[in-house]
Design a protein around this ligand. Structure first.
Ligand code: GUN
Length: 299
């Protein structure tokens, strides 16, 4: 896509992966440190399998060690917790990602609680959630969830200073909505978190200079929900029926209509999606540096 108001997340993510790769080369040369990322997948969710394969490939391409653990759908919570414990103790593993969702017999929160917060590259552990909300910096700075981190990078790259802007986040999940709101507060935005119970959602959305769509409903957000000139970040990845019996991926925003109104908008695919994995690699480098007592690079 070449229109001026399209935010090319694919290109930005490629640049970030290149910076991560260079940082890894320096860590190996200067400190003998090879960052390692362990990804754990339980069961056979096809979408999760694609993500996990891409994560493993891009981790290796950035020069890092990739450890893949594929467990059967029948895995018990005790078995998964035993693996997490082993990875927590493994000095070659600096980052641990347990792919969500997990099968019903496993309580997700119990698994997240068991992660070493220093290795929690998803930023889902309560220690990281708390440190993000208190604005902790320095050696105790939080690991920040990858998708919102990618969104904020795209926004700062496009808009520069976000201070004083009205940001509306549609969606209140722990993975995207809540940490997204925290990051926008940190940038001095005035933040509204809207969700399925919000009254007159289109009117709330129309107040946004920055609109973040993270609802998981295909093309729900229409052109007339968008303030002219607003920056629109579409976090949705929805599979819908396409032509000829094939499926295709669409976002939460009706992009074709919205791009005539928005000042800047992320496409789907090629917007936020590629940023999530690139930020995961960046978080793994940050985690490895902190565990080794090295100042993390500015990525
Ligand atoms: N499932 C969907 N998104 C994510 C994510 O960012 N991290 C993990 N662990 N699982 C996911």
């Amino acid at each position: 896509m070449s229109e001026a108001n399209i935010i090319d997340g694919k290109a930005f993510a490629a640049g970030l992966r290149e910076r991560v790769g260079k940082a890894v080369t320096r860590l190996k040369a200067d400190h003998g440190l090879t960052p390692g990322l362990a990804v754990v997948l339980v069961g056979e969710n096809p979408a999760s399998e694609v993500y996990v394969r891409n994560k493993a490939r891009q981790t290796a391409e950035a020069g890092m060690q990739s450890f893949e653990h594929k467990l059967s759908l029948e895995t018990t919570q005790a078995e998964l917790l035993a693996l997490v414990d082993k990875l927590n103790k493994d000095p070659a593993v600096h980052g641990i990602l347990v792919q969500l969702p997990l099968p019903d017999q496993i309580a997700e929160q119990a698994v997240i609680d068991a992660l070493d917060p220093a290795k929690d590259v998803d930023g889902f552990h309560v220690i990281n959630v708390g440190r993000l909300s208190t604005g902790t910096t320095g050696a105790n700075a939080p690991m920040v969830p990858c998708t919102p981190l990618g969104c904020i990078m795209l926004l700062k790259d496009r808009l520069g200073n976000l201070s004083g802007l009205n940001a509306v986040v549609i969606g209140r999940s722990n993975i995207v909505g809540k940490p997204m709101a925290q990051l926008l507060i940190k940038e001095s935005c005035t933040v509204t978190i809207a969700h399925s119970r919000t009254r007159d959602l289109p009117a709330v959305a129309r107040g946004a200079d920055i609109l973040i769509a993270a609802v998981g409903r295909p093309q729900m957000i229409k052109a007339d929900w968008i303030k002219p000139g607003a920056a629109v970040i579409d976090v949705g990845i929805n599979r819908v029926a396409g032509e000829g019996g094939k499926s295709r991926i669409v976002g939460d925003v009706d992009t074709a209509g919205a791009k005539a109104v928005a000042g800047a908008i992320t496409p789907v695919p090629g917007g936020v999606g590629p940023m999530t994995i690139a930020c995961l690699l960046a978080n793994t480098v940050t985690a490895a540096c902190r565990q080794a007592g090295i100042e993390p690079p500015d990525l």
